[in-house]
Write a protein that binds this ligand. Structure first.
Ligand code: AMP
Length: 284
């Protein structure tokens, strides 16, 4: 496995692999690798000849009062984990390498970012789309792997790839969870023992909502209220949003298959997200 900080070197290696007829799978990450990330890496290694992962804590996607400075950075452990899951190349650029000193061009997606995390974190998806575009241009993968955990990001990247004519297949990968249902996240390390127990309520509330929908409930407001009531029973929880949206990320009144129940909740100071796709099947 090769680890490189250098754009030109990475381009050269990938060109060589493509010249040999190899397919390239790509997994963009911010590092602090966990079982969610390794599920994406494993899938890429299964479906491609050569797997590249990037590790870059992207400053453009953090707001001024967010956790960029404290975000967990574990490069040595990441290298070991990536190796164990058959990564061929880790691209681990510095901010200067990837952002340069005077960037004036940014990628901004309209409408899909106006709700959910995009609404709560202004500029977040502009930062994501800009860096993912740069990474796509550097790596030029055949396939790129994204987790359903960041469901709005997944829909946005899928649309961006269509709109900008990237010749890349976007593969959606299921959410990997802890035993109690908590979606695995690099941010879970921020939680105290007590908070960690409370954090399971996000998925518990989603599961209760799914039960109600399976029994025939179609009103979004009834389901949203039900979820909020469950979450609010935990002392450490503060709801950022609970929404049910269609594939255009627009709030729905009547729930149908393919809609997304999405939520963001502060557990103490840690903002966690989770979601469920009604009918369990993603429809872009
Ligand atoms: P991040 O490092 O948080 O930017 O995540 C990198 C990629 O891993 C994104 O496509 C995430 O959606 C995905 N990911 C993060 N956590 C999970 C999880 N628990 N299950 C599946 N995918 C995940």
């Amino acid at each position: 496995m090769i680890v490189s900080h250098d754009i030109q070197k990475v381009r050269d290696i990938i060109r060589q692999q493509k010249n040999r007829g190899k397919t390239i799978g790509f997994v963009p990450t911010m590092g602090a690798l966990h079982k969610g990330h390794t599920s994406l890496i494993r899938r890429s290694a299964e479906e491609n000849d050569y797997t590249v992962i990037s590790i870059f804590v992207n400053p453009l996607q953090f707001g001024p009062n967010e956790d960029f400075n404290h975000y967990p950075r574990t490069p040595d452990e990441d290298i070991e984990k990536a190796k164990a899951f058959h990564t061929d190349l880790i691209f681990h650029p510095s901010a200067r390498e990837i952002l340069g000193t005077n960037m004036l061009t940014f990628v901004n997606i309209e409408k899909l970012q106006d709700n959910l995390c995009g609404r709560k974190r202004p500029g977040h998806f502009r930062g994501v789309c800009t860096i993912v575009t740069k990474l796509f241009n550097i790596i030029t993968p055949h396939r790129a792997y994204f987790g359903q955990k960041d469901i709005q990001q997944l829909f946005i990247i899928k649309k961006m790839v269509q709109d900008l004519n990237f010749s890349i297949e976007i593969i959606a990968c299921p959410i990997v969870r802890e035993k109690d249902g908590l979606a695995i996240s690099s941010r879970n390390v921020y939680l105290s023992n007590e908070e960690r127990k409370d954090a399971a309520v996000l998925n518990q509330a989603l599961k209760q909502a799914v039960k109600k929908i399976e029994k025939g409930e179609t009103s979004a407001s009834v389901i949203i209220d039900h979820i909020k009531n469950i979450i609010q029973q935990k002392a450490s929880a503060k709801i950022d949003y609970v929404s049910i949206v269609d594939k255009d990320m627009k709030d729905v009144h009547k729930i149908k298959k393919g809609d997304v129940i999405a939520l963001a909740v502060y557990i103490g100071k840690t903002r966690l997200i989770d979601n469920h796709i009604v009918g369990d099947r993603i429809t872009f």
